[in-house]
Design a binder for this molecule. Structure first.
Ligand code: ATP
Length: 313
């Protein structure tokens, strides 16, 4: 698999959203992830949600932070992993000042548990590290080591929300494919749809992910959000064997920028803002997602080594 696929050049993706006739994609399925972990599945107690989107700037971090915070405010035990390693910024957004990052853990200088930072409302954050070249250049083995490190947590959370990087490089795909659910963030730009499609295609073909939750961010009204979803669903339905779930919308809302300036989450600081209401609805919808549609067998997954229920369950 290529290290960094330039999504807008891949297979003339822009055309997919406008053309009337195209060939069904028949690329082979690569079971690269499957060959890396052949251990038997074990019962898991943590539900992992990866927030992805392909394109940069569509609001992945905003959605991850506010989804995690909204669930924490609802009394759930939630951990948030900033997997945008090397250029991570969840710590800054939530006013945290980490002294260690994932690189220290990989070097054996600390454990994953040492990286956990308490944020507002009981949310726990694992910062991704910023301005560290080595983190930005991590290879597949190191990504897998980060994912497997979660097996060592003595008190696994009820939910792990993973904020992934932009693009469709291996790190994004690995973190997304290691989760139980993938939440794709799209906004009202053609490049957002084409990049979301590219990511869904890679996750479906190369990692066997079959179900995706879709949220429309920074939209003006519900009808615009629905149209975005329908465009994506139409193209995916035509070329990929995947199911898309529409999760609603988060409107464009200036209170979000204010929240970032105040180093907090909008759901916490301005809970009755339009964006906060959208995030809370999204958080409430997670409970309707049903069982993860994705078997553990033969893949690298977060908490795949869990064998006992989490404390407090
Ligand atoms: N619903 C919204 N209303 C207004 N502004 C928003 C909304 N969602 C995100 N933003 C703003 O858009 C910008 C990009 O958001 P964010 O950093 O979450 O995107 P991202 O997809 O994680 O970006 P990157 O790929 O670069 O990490 C931020 O300034 C954020 O405050």
């Amino acid at each position: 698999m290529s290290e960094a696929l330039h999504v807008n050049q891949a297979a003339g993706l822009h055309n997919l959203f406008s053309q009337t006739r195209a060939h069904r994609d028949e690329l082979p399925v690569f079971h690269q992830a499957a060959s890396l972990n052949r251990s038997a599945p074990k019962p898991r107690t943590t539900r992992t949600i990866a927030v992805a989107g392909g394109k940069g700037g569509v609001g992945k971090t905003t959605v991850a932070v506010n989804l995690a915070m909204a669930m924490a405010m609802a009394g759930r035990d939630v951990m948030l992993l900033d997997a945008d390693m090397g250029v991570a910024n969840i710590d800054v957004q939530l006013g945290l000042a980490p002294t260690r990052h994932v690189g220290h853990m990989l070097e054996g200088l600390c454990t994953l548990r040492d990286l956990i930072m308490p944020a507002q409302n009981g949310l726990k954050v694992i910062p991704g590290g910023s301005g560290v070249r080595r983190l930005a250049k991590m290879g597949n083995g190191e990504h897998a080591a980060v994912i497997r490190a979660f097996d060592e947590l003595i008190q696994p959370p009820e939910f792990l929300v993973v904020d992934t990087a932009a693009g469709v490089a291996d790190n994004v795909a690995m973190f997304a494919a290691a989760a139980d659910d993938v939440l794709i963030v799209v906004c009202d730009e053609l490049a957002s749809l084409t990049d979301a499609y590219a990511l869904i295609k890679i996750l479906a073909h190369d990692f066997g992910v079959r179900r995706f939750h879709i949220v429309a961010n920074m939209v003006r009204q519900a009808s615009d959000a629905k149209k975005l979803y329908e465009k994506l669903a139409r193209v995916c339905g035509r070329f990929l064997n995947v199911a898309l779930d529409y999760m609603g919308m988060v409107p464009h809302d200036e209170w979000l920028r204010q929240a970032i300036r105040r180093q907090g989450a909008v759901v916490d600081l301005w809970p009755s803002s339009r964006a906060a209401i959208g995030f809370k609805q999204l958080a409430g919808a997670v409970d309707t997602w049903g069982e993860p549609a994705y078997p553990d067998l033969g893949r690298i997954a977060f908490f795949s080594g869990q064998s006992a229920p989490a404390a407090g369950w």
